[in-house]
Ligand binder design. Structure first.
Ligand code: 5AD
Ligand code: SF4
Length: 450
């Protein structure tokens, strides 16, 4: 207990304890890391970006692909050297996130120097675990979504844009994916709770909110009247906040793109014309084997409906190549599909067999073929991105400026279509929305003039 009391004392005679947090993987982990930071800052900790000077190190991990998981174990190996030089009571190592959930016991066996293991639905317990120094119950992998959100703090971390987790978990069970096991079944936060969190941020002049969920468009949180509300309702409610100017949401599943959500893209001017809608493959055979619950035609129908209400919608997606059983023809179908739809940006991955998933034991596409397919797909996607951005040269676009750029007087922000853009200007533009003219497009960003 002395540990907690000391850390609360913030006067100059007692040095503050320091916390170092590393986030792996998705935006939801970034959000969770911010909440973990808030919990410990509230306990008197200061944040540090130097692991060597930390008293508490939290690795907030990702389990989605094998590479992400292995990175955690190699980082633990490096931290071991630092920890060995420190007094064991003055350097605690926490593994949080989805690897913690999936491999809690294995982590403790493989790396005895890890002090606490805590899953993504119980990390609100971390301060209590550390205060009480639970020595024999130092793994917490309970699914406590409801309790978790009620016990978190929501301090604004950014100046312009904030992530807000509104939905967690997944009931879809795509055959390649660990999320239903690591994050649990679908859970939606109540509307009022989400609104309250966002009001915290708008009071701090935040202008953009990015609503997060593994299946964000399956959102069905309870409204004030006790009835279940959908994502379109929540977006419309949020958009009533005057200070808020931009709303985005991710990640969506094609089968949950409801009429009300699609219509919101045509009616709600604060909802940005950008949609991240993973399809994973352009072959119906593979979509079936992936248990995606939709066909290529279903997907195209969804985007046609959105385009009918918002013709300029910018589309983004995720793809997996080399899924078990993927033939040359299946892959060709993916390439033809991409050529047809034209994505403004998309993420693509080699299939990675994940423990406990139905597809795990079927991994049968040669690694060389996976690599070649990934290269071909990424070149096509890059070409589409470059062409998309080039088409804006000499056009005007609205940018919300987020931060300073690499050079003096340079400011970086995002267009309504989520492109990164920058300008040089003598006045500070951070947190301002300005119309700019696009001068040039580089591989990653638009160079603009105010
Ligand atoms: N192998 C490769 N990529 C995967 N993804 C999820 N699981 C796997 C896996 N086992 C990708 C999907 C998903 C994104 C977040 O990660 O494309 O949409
Ligand atoms: Fe994973 Fe599929 Fe659920 Fe997305 S919809 S989180 S890919 S199981």
């Amino acid at each position: 207990m002395l540990y907690a009391i000391q850390s609360f004392m913030t006067n100059s005679s007692v040095k503050k304890k320091k916390i170092f947090i590393k986030s792996y993987g998705c935006q939801m982990n970034v959000y969770d890391s911010n909440r973990i930071k808030d919990l410990f800052v509230n306990q008197g900790y200061a944040l540090t970006n130097k692991i060597e000077e930390a008293n508490l190190v939290v690795l907030n991990t990702c389990h989605i692909r094998e590479k992400a998981t292995e990175k955690v174990y190699s980082d633990i190996g490096r931290i071991k050297k630092i920890k060995n030089k420190r007094h064991k009571n003055n350097f605690k190592l926490v593994v949080a996130g989805c690897v913690a959930q999936a491999e809690g016991k294995e982590i403790k066996n493989r790396s005895p120097l890890v002090d606490y293991v805590v899953g993504p639905q119980s990390y609100h317990k971390l301060p209590e675990m550390i205060d009480n120094d639970y020595s024999n119950i130092n793994i917490n992998d309970e699914f406590l979504q409801n309790e978790k959100f009620k016990n978190l703090l929501f301090n604004s971390t950014n100046k312009v844009s904030e992530f807000v987790s509104i939905q967690e978990g997944c009931n879809k069970f795509c055959s390649f994916c660990v999320v239903p096991y690591t994050r649990g079944s679908e859970f939606s936060r109540p509307v009022e709770e989400v609104l309250k969190e966002i009001q915290n941020y708008t009071a701090n002049n935040i202008k953009e909110i990015i609503l997060l969920g593994q299946n964000v468009n399956a959102y069905h949180g309870k409204g004030k009247d006790g009835k279940s509300k959908d994502l379109a309702y929540l977006i419309n409610k949020i958009s009533e906040l005057d200070k808020l100017k931009r709303i985005r949401y991710m990640t969506s599943h094609p089968i949950d793109m409801s009429k009300s959500l699609i219509d919101s893209h045509g009616t709600n001017s604060k909802l940005m014309p950008f949609l991240h809608l993973p399809i994973q493959s352009g072959s119906d055979n593979i979509l079936k084997a992936m248990n995606r619950k939709h066909s290529v035609k279903d997907y195209i129908e969804v985007i046609e409906k959105i385009k009918s209400v918002r013709p300029d919608i910018a589309l983004s997606s995720d793809f997996i190549v080399g899924f078990p059983g993927e033939t040359d023809k299946d892959f060709e179908d993916t390439m033809r599909f991409v050529e047809k739809v034209k994505f403004v940006i998309a993420y693509s991955f080699k299939y990675s067999a994940r423990p406990g998933t139905p597809a795990q034991k079927k991994d049968n596409v040669d690694i060389k073929i996976k690599k070649a397919r990934l290269k071909a797909l990424q070149s096509l996607l890059k070409l589409q991105q470059v062409n998309y951005n080039k088409a804006f040269i000499n056009h005007n676009l609205e940018i919300l400026f987020e931060k300073e750029g690499r050079y003096k007087n340079q400011y970086v922000g995002r267009t309504i279509y989520n492109q990164s853009a920058f300008v040089s200007h003598s006045k500070n533009l951070i947190n301002k929305i300005r119309k700019v003219k696009v001068l040039r497009s580089t591989d990653f960003a638009l160079e603009c003039q105010l």
